[in-house]
Design a protein around this ligand. Structure first.
Ligand code: GYE
Length: 324
């Protein structure tokens, strides 16, 4: 060992630190009256995203946040640039819903290197490349595998026919909810031999793309009788495509989805959609609570899990007033 390294090593041992422990420490957060808070939204093209952004704005005053909110307009590259600019503006804390699992990892690491504690909200990053409790404080969000599994269980229990021809509309390619909602659903559905997933294609979590993809898939699979969409916006788009083709969603095609938007609850009430597993966008109050606990020196669990309900014709009318 060189003299200098020996000296540093001895100093580290004397301080009770190991080099790795030092590298892994999360940036601390001081307790203070007001915080400069960054919220890097990925896009605003659907009611879910708009409700989430509003939830952060609605929480700002009571939580002492001076909020800087950006909108990456559907581009992971812009989201990385948005985080960069927030770091340059000296935010105290970052709330980040990473659009996709991999491209936002450098942004997460850069925020940590700049001494900014980061909380991932609603979507996560690739756990092989960035780790909660090390690279960022925690992930606040739902269990997407379980959401997919519950959608499949409802489908198995409610499909009355002998042979199910299933079309799956996937969310944004490379995003954690698309990956996990597919896995949860496909694995659970495999338990029942009546079901065959004949096509699985991305609609990017968007209504219009969901409609277009469904129109195309209907040509190849006119006998489809189950549609599983990774979110309500694509499910509504699929309903439009099916109706245009003379099909009767809710009667001759079962529609199964995730989120719990107002339009989805209305479609359930109207008998067009069977089920939507909840995925709540109201992260503001939870973000405030977890941030305050962190500032108070509490160790935050790596996954602050959100518990989801399930909406069907049994309860949709009871919840539509609070929907977004
Ligand atoms: O289901 C979808 C949105 O990341 C949990 O993203 C979120 C998902 C939500 O665009 O509608």
């Amino acid at each position: 060992m060189k003299r200098r390294n020996l000296f540093l090593g001895v100093t580290a041992i004397a301080l009770g630190l190991s080099a790795t422990a030092f590298a892994q420490d999360l940036p601390p957060l001081a307790q203070k009256e007001r915080y400069k808070v960054g919220f890097s939204q990925m896009e605003s093209n659907n009611p879910w995203r708009i409700a989430e952004t509003k939830s952060f704005h609605d929480t700002a005053e009571s939580c002492g946040w001076d909020l800087i909110a950006t909108d990456a307009a559907g581009s992971a590259a812009k989201q990385v640039a948005d985080v960069d600019s927030m770091i340059a503006q000296g935010i105290d804390v970052l709330f980040l819903p990473p659009r996709e699992e991999k491209p936002l990892i450098p942004a997460v690491k850069k925020a940590k290197a700049a001494g900014i504690p980061t909380f991932l909200v609603d979507r996560s990053v690739d756990p092989a490349a960035a780790v909660a409790g090390v690279d960022y404080v925690a992930f606040l969000g739902s269990d997407f595998i379980d959401q997919g599994k519950r959608a499949a269980e409802w489908t198995i229990a409610n499909f009355k026919g002998e042979k199910a021809v299933v079309v799956e509309l996937e969310g944004t390619t490379g995003s954690s909810p698309a990956n996990d909602r597919k896995k949860g659903f496909d694995d659970a559905l495999a338990a029942d031999a009546r079901f065959e997933i004949v096509a699985s294609q991305t609609g990017d979590f968007a209504r219009d793309l969901g409609r277009q993809v469904m129109e195309t898939l209907l040509q190849a699979h006119p006998d489809v009788n189950v549609v599983y969409a990774h979110n309500d916006e694509m499910a509504i788009g699929a309903i439009q495509a099916l109706e245009l083709a003379g099909r009767k969603p809710g009667e001759d095609v079962l529609i199964v989805s995730i989120d719990g938007t107002r339009d989805a609850l209305q479609a359930i009430i109207d008998g067009k959609m069977g089920v939507t597993v909840e995925s709540s966008p109201f992260f503001g109050p939870l973000a405030c609570d977890v941030m305050k606990r962190y500032a108070a020196g509490e160790k935050i669990e790596p996954w602050v899990q959100v518990k989801d309900r399930i909406f069907t014709k049994e309860n949709a009318a009871d919840h539509i007033a609070e929907a977004y």
